[in-house]
Design a protein around this ligand. Structure first.
Ligand code: CA
Ligand code: CA
Length: 387
């Protein structure tokens, strides 16, 4: 193997008259993804056909009381391959996410118009969540008892997790249309739902958590009469609440990383190396107008940008004796490459080629020195990464 780059983590432990293990604290790091590896306009009327190649992603609801449409009929789906920048597989709870920000660009704004084409409602900026009760139409069952007025102008744009069901368990970032669209890996040409008729059984759905931290599907949260509990509500930094949204505005979503359930979702994402998110709003087009967002397929644009800051587990090398043989232990996973080296003088280092590393637990790597002698011996572990 060619060692093209030796990463920052070189650790040493010393075995002599006693056992000494060196310790480093966890490291803080950041990662930025300019565009998603998977981006899909999730519109249930499309099913999934061509959904990954749409040149914009409109956000709206069209549901009428009949149930002929879903509440979150049209959303923007993104997923990121984190593994190129973040060491994965170290055990979900060993990561701590300090911040997670998604940023998407508005490329079209469509005000609500009357039949004569006159604007009756501009699309205005609402940076706070609106209860499901504000979305009830006057013909809804129990409208009079359940409805409350929307007291702030406009409708918020919300961010959720990327829920998967029907055998889908992860993402594929292959963006060739028609390739690899079936379970278990969801890609941008996978079908959003099993059928395009009510009740629209979903393969992918906006995921949230209830107040007990239990996962809930919120694609029909008005119909289901429950709050959606978004993970973030879009902020537009150059706008004040009630301002008209313009083409070129950026929607900034800062995920609520202090919510334990959202933190756990992000931890699991770093562990498996994939993060999926869904942008959704309940803009009822004839009343509120609606927006279109940039996707990777938009000319001269790209889909959502993701910025993460996190701490990965402390790279701690420990040493213990098992059956009189030194056993080294450190955090890592099967998809990482490590070289175990030893030295008698801390100057000349030799790489051990056997035995193989073992993985006794999630995120834990061990190596046993089968050739130990009475002479003092120093060890170090080098993580090998290729640029
Ligand atoms: Ca609001
Ligand atoms: Ca509002």
């Amino acid at each position: 193997m060619t060692l093209t780059m030796i990463r920052r983590k070189i650790l040493e432990a010393v075995l002599g008259g006693g056992l000494v293990a060196s310790t480093l604290t966890g490291w803080a790091d950041s990662a930025s993804f300019e565009a998603p590896g998977l981006d899909q306009w999730g519109y249930h009327r499309l099913g999934g056909v061509s959904a990954g190649s749409y040149e914009s992603a409109a956000l709206f609801t069209k549901r009428e009381v009949s149930g002929s449409e879903e509440d979150r009929a049209a959303s923007y789906h993104v997923a990121y391959d984190l593994s190129a920048q973040i060491p994965t597989g170290l055990g979900a709870t060993n990561y701590q996410i300090q911040s997670a920000r998604l940023m998407v660009e508005v490329i079209e704004v469509s005000p609500a118009k009357d039949s004569g084409g006159n604007i009756i409602q501009e699309v205005v900026y609402d940076p706070t969540y609106d209860s499901w009760r504000t979305h009830l139409r006057s013909t809804a069952t129990n409208y009079a008892t359940d409805h409350v007025a929307d007291l702030d102008a406009g409708r918020p744009i919300c961010l959720f997790g990327f829920g998967l069901s029907n055998g889908f368990t992860g993402f594929s970032f292959d963006d060739n249309e028609g390739v690899g669209t079936t379970a278990p890996l969801y890609n941008e040409f996978s079908n959003l739902m099993v059928a395009t008729t009510p009740p629209f059984p979903r393969n992918a759905f906006p995921l949230s958590f209830d107040t007990n931290g239990q996962p809930i599907a919120v694609n029909n949260n008005v119909y289901d009469r429950m709050e959606a509990n978004p993970w973030a509500v879009a902020i537009i930094t150059n706008k004040s609440p009630g301002d008209v949204i313009a083409v070129g505005d950026h929607l900034v979503f800062d995920l609520d990383v202090n919510n334990p359930a959202i933190q756990a979702y992000l931890q699991q994402a770093l562990h498996v190396g994939q993060l999926g998110l869904i942008v959704s709003s309940l803009h009822h087009t004839p009343v509120d107008g609606f927006l279109r967002l940039a996707t990777n397929e938009t000319f001269d644009k790209q889909g959502g940008r993701l910025d993460l800051t996190y701490t990965a587990p402390p790279f701690r090398l420990s040493l213990r004796l098992v059956n009189q043989l030194p056993v080294l232990r450190f955090p890592g996973s099967t998809n990482q490459t490590f070289h175990i080296q030893h030295s008698g003088n801390l100057i000349n280092w030799e790489t051990n080629t056997s035995p193989a590393l073992t993985y006794p637990a999630d995120g834990v790597v061990e190596w046993t020195d089968a050739n130990s002698t009475a002479a003092p011996k120093y060890y170090r572990v080098i993580q090998i990464t290729t640029p």
